[in-house]
Design a protein around this ligand. Structure first.
Ligand SMILES: O=C(O)CCC(=O)C(=O)O
Ligand SMILES: [Fe+2]
Length: 269
């Protein structure tokens, strides 16, 4: 991708705030990143019940980020994401590196309010399907709302995340600081939600099933994901009416975000 104006070419599905960029990095860039990630001592990994993670850029605190510089091998890629997406108002300063074994995933969730409302997820290793499910506050909407063709809106959908791809989702409705424009956008957003006519990505929870086999039934970017060179990396099994992807190895994801409130040292909190 060359410039941010092109970002709209990468919209997948029905939401105008969800972008999937195949082949964002090359095979050798992927290998270098994996090399750097696995050079970290075991103590850098934090083990959770269903995955392990490294936290880079500092500690996200309720009052902001107690910042620590990203290592140069990582800021090289985050600067590129910022430059090419044009969606971050300042440098990305926080990266979560998640490692999933083939049977591991992440519960449906929404990212916390500490972050600027744009997230870029770089995928390495095994392909996975990320599921987006409407937040429960949209349920009443979902039952009643139909688009012009009579089809139901606000349905769950999924995105196939191939290795070396970049997924970006953002929410236009909130701004980091609640200035006049921010307030105006919030009011408009409230009205829109009320009428159920505009739905943003943040009205959805995102998650990854903890299964070795992922169904492609609800995937909105099958062509974009599988027509590229990355498709050689996916073991896609087609039976009569279902398609699945087999997670044959581990997956690493880099969740790149910006925390606007930054503290250089603990005593200034
Ligand atoms: O691993 C992923 O692709 C998603 C990670 C995620 O949603 C998060 O770190 O908040
Ligand atoms: Fe998340």
């Amino acid at each position: 991708m060359e410039r941010k104006e092109n970002l709209n070419n990468f919209i997948v599905g029905d939401l105008p705030t969800l972008f999937y960029i195949p082949d964002f990095i090359t095979d050798s860039e992927q290998a270098q990143l994996l090399n750097n990630i696995y050079q970290a001592p075991v103590s850098k990994w934090k083990s959770l019940k269903n995955r392990r993670l490294q936290n880079l850029g500092g500690v996200v605190h309720e009052k902001g980020l107690l910042t620590q510089d990203l290592p140069p091998w990582l800021s090289k890629i985050t600067e590129r994401i910022r430059e090419e997406s044009g969606l971050f108002p300042s440098a990305i300063n926080h990266v979560l590196i998640n490692e999933y074994l083939p049977n591991q995933g992440i519960m449906p969730h929404q990212d916390g309010p500490a972050y600027y409302p744009v997230v870029a997820i770089l995928s390495l290793g095994s392909p996975v399907v990320m599921d987006f499910t409407p937040h429960s506050r949209l349920d009443s909407c979902r039952r009643t709302s139909t688009d012009d063709n009579g089809a139901e809106k606000h349905q769950p959908f999924s995105v196939l995340l191939m290795p070396r791809s970049l997924l970006i989702f953002k929410d236009d409705a909130y701004s980091g600081k609640l200035n006049v424009i921010g307030c105006f956008r919030l009011i408009v957003y409230g009205i829109c939600l009320f009428t159920c006519s505009i739905i943003m990505t943040t009205d959805y929870l995102h998650g990854i099933e903890d299964n070795v086999v992922h169904q492609l039934v609800k995937v909105v970017n099958e062509n974009e994901a599988l027509s590229r060179s990355a498709s050689r990396d996916a073991e896609v099994i087609r039976s009569e009416d279902t398609k699945v992807v087999n997670r044959t190895e581990g997956r690493i994801s880099l969740t790149c975000r910006l925390v606007l409130k930054v503290h250089k040292n603990l005593f200034r909190f």
